[in-house]
Design a protein around this ligand. Structure first.
Ligand code: TXE
Length: 501
């Protein structure tokens, strides 16, 4: 059954997907999803609550413990994942269009992202039957081996900035490992995740293996995290909500992986290739309208290059075309939702109050091509000190704080002087310097002479308060598994039962 079957008051109406069935919220309530370019609602989403969360967890638990899924060989799980990858590839443009309607990011970026997403299902589908245990040459009269088993029901809680990409970081390894899942997409971007369920169904996953419940975090996300049959929560979002999820999960010792915020330093040395570094700075903060956890929101520039670099950056960034995110030529789209828009604008005031200098933007974008949408001018602040709030707190918008530094040592000190540690960029042609920075910057990802590169093959995650656990790469599948040690006695007689062996 199609998800968006009927239109009500001109809005597309979506349904949740639980136990292989499409359903409304138990309460029958819905809420509107807004298009950030028009600032108008375009879809109606079920407003789930505790009852829906419990129903979905029960369906996932049933699918984990009975029926076809638990008996399916890992190779067969892999084949299902690869089929899902093929279906996503066939539907990439349609899914990208839904994402843009919900989050206002550029169609050019979202379409490229959706064309890349199938790789997660191919990679983890291929990995499913390659998770091997070991035989331990044990120091006792016994044969001892290990095996890696799935955890059970896993809750996947996702944000709005790249809904299906960030979901796939979790969904592909979770299923490859043999778990069943309940997905809770962001209330701002439910449509593409629900549309993905049509493809999950077509791929032939047994009922209840993949479930989606929609609604607001405190109403449906919180009871999902609290449910005693959930064994792990994989979360991407804000640090405040991540901490809350962590605390809640601790009550019954659930596992968590958290991918949280950042205030990543993009560090430019005076021996860099300047034109490349300018593009790197722009891609770090203005691509995706700065709404990425890996945004290079602190630009550290060596004093000797500072003025020249800022001039070049401002003249490049000031030509960025703003407007309809569905138009191919647009380079900077709107901010995804009204609370986020208000948050970004409030940080512009905070920064100005801290005494920074505004060298580009600094306010709402009121250009005609921005219409009624939630647009903020690409903004560059200079004269920023690293202790200021604009340098310490995640804005999640097109707002760059430029901080000068003297030498390598000072760049490292400033770079590391935040609570976050998600990513960093380094621009230099000196290989010794590049490797020194790669060693000494406290971040889960360090890019040398590039920025924002992410792959299904390479581990992704945070140091410090940017998170716990790693997504992508071979170790990601183990985040969704637990290890069992099996002992088989080879002793010729049972030894003294009162003494531990
Ligand atoms: O995030 P939330 P929001 C940051 C960014 C942004 C801020 C707020 O700084 O300005 O977060 O965005 C669900 N129990 N990032 O409010 O609240 C929620 O419904 C369980 C960084 O959207 O963290 C959504 O599905 N779940 C980030 C998800 O958590 C709960 C990407 C994330 O929402 C819940 C997005 C609860 N009690 C925003 N409360 C990144 N790291 O990329 C909320 N949720």
């Amino acid at each position: 059954m199609a998800v968006a079957a009927s239109a009500q008051e001109g809005l597309r109406r979506y349904r949740m997907y639980v136990g292989g069935e499409w359903s409304d919220a138990a309460s029958g309530e819905t809420f509107e999803s807004f298009d950030p370019y028009t600032a108008k609602p375009w879809a109606l989403i079920p407003r789930g609550g505790a009852e829906d969360a419990a129903r979905a967890v029960e369906a996932a638990h049933e699918a984990f413990t009975a029926g076809e899924w638990p008996g399916l060989h890992a190779s067969a799980r892999g084949a299902l994942l690869r089929r899902l990858g093929d279906l996503i590839a066939e539907n990439a443009e349609r899914l990208a269009d839904l994402e843009v309607s919900d989050n206002g990011k550029l169609i050019s970026e979202m379409a490229a992202q959706l064309r890349y997403v199938p790789q997660w299902y191919y990679y983890f589908g291929g990995l499913a039957d390659k998770v091997e245990g070991s035989v331990i040459p044990i120091d006792k009269p016994a044969f001892n081996y290990t095996k890696h088993e799935p955890l059970g029901v896993v809750a996947l809680i996702t944000p709005w900035n790249s809904p299906l990409l960030l979901l796939s970081f979790k969904l592909a390894p979770a299923l490859a490992a043999g778990n069943t899942v309940v997905i809770k997409p962001s209330e701002f971007t439910s449509a593409s995740t629900l549309a993905l369920m049509e493809l999950v169904e077509q791929a032939g996953f047994p009922k209840g293996v993949v479930n989606v419940i929609t609604g607001f975090g405190p109403e449906v996300g919180q009871p999902l995290v609290e449910h005693p049959k959930v064994r792990k929560v994989a979360f991407t979002g804000s640090s405040a909500t991540g901490a809350r999820v962590y605390e809640t999960a601790a009550r019954d010792i659930k596992r968590v992986s958290l991918e949280l915020g950042g205030k990543s330093p993009n560090i430019v040395f005076d021996d860099c290739r300047i034109e490349d570094a300018v593009k790197g700075a722009v891609s770090g903060i203005f691509a995706a309208t700065g709404q990425t956890c890996i945004a290079g929101s602190r630009l550290l520039v060596q004093e000797s290059l500072h003025d020249e670099f800022v001039d070049k950056l401002v003249s490049f960034a000031s030509t960025a075309k703003m407007g309809n995110p569905k138009a191919a030529e647009t380079q900077v789209g709107p901010v995804t939702n009204l609370p986020q828009y208000e948050k970004v604008l409030s940080y512009l005031d905070i920064a100005k109050g801290e005494g920074v200098e505004t060298v580009l933007g600094g306010g709402k974008a009121t250009r005609p091509e921005c219409g009624e949408g939630w647009f903020v001018e690409p903004t560059v602040f200079t004269g920023v000190e690293n202790s200021m709030r604009i340098a310490q707190e995640e804005v999640f918008g097109p707002v760059l704080a430029v901080i000068p530094f003297k030498d390598e040592e000072e760049a490292i000190e400033i770079g590391n002087d935040v609570v976050f540690g998600l990513a960093a960029g380094v621009w230099t042609q000196d290989i010794r310097r590049a490797l020194t920075l790669a060693d000494r910057i406290q971040a889960g990802t360090v890019w040398i002479n590039t920025y924002r590169a992410v792959s299904y093959m390479s581990p992704f995650g945070g140091y410090k308060q940017s998170g716990i656990g790693r997504e992508n790469g071979q170790e990601a599948i183990r985040e969704f598994m637990q290890t069992k040690s099996v002992w088989i006695s080879t002793a010729s007689e049972v030894p003294n039962p009162f003494v531990m062996r």
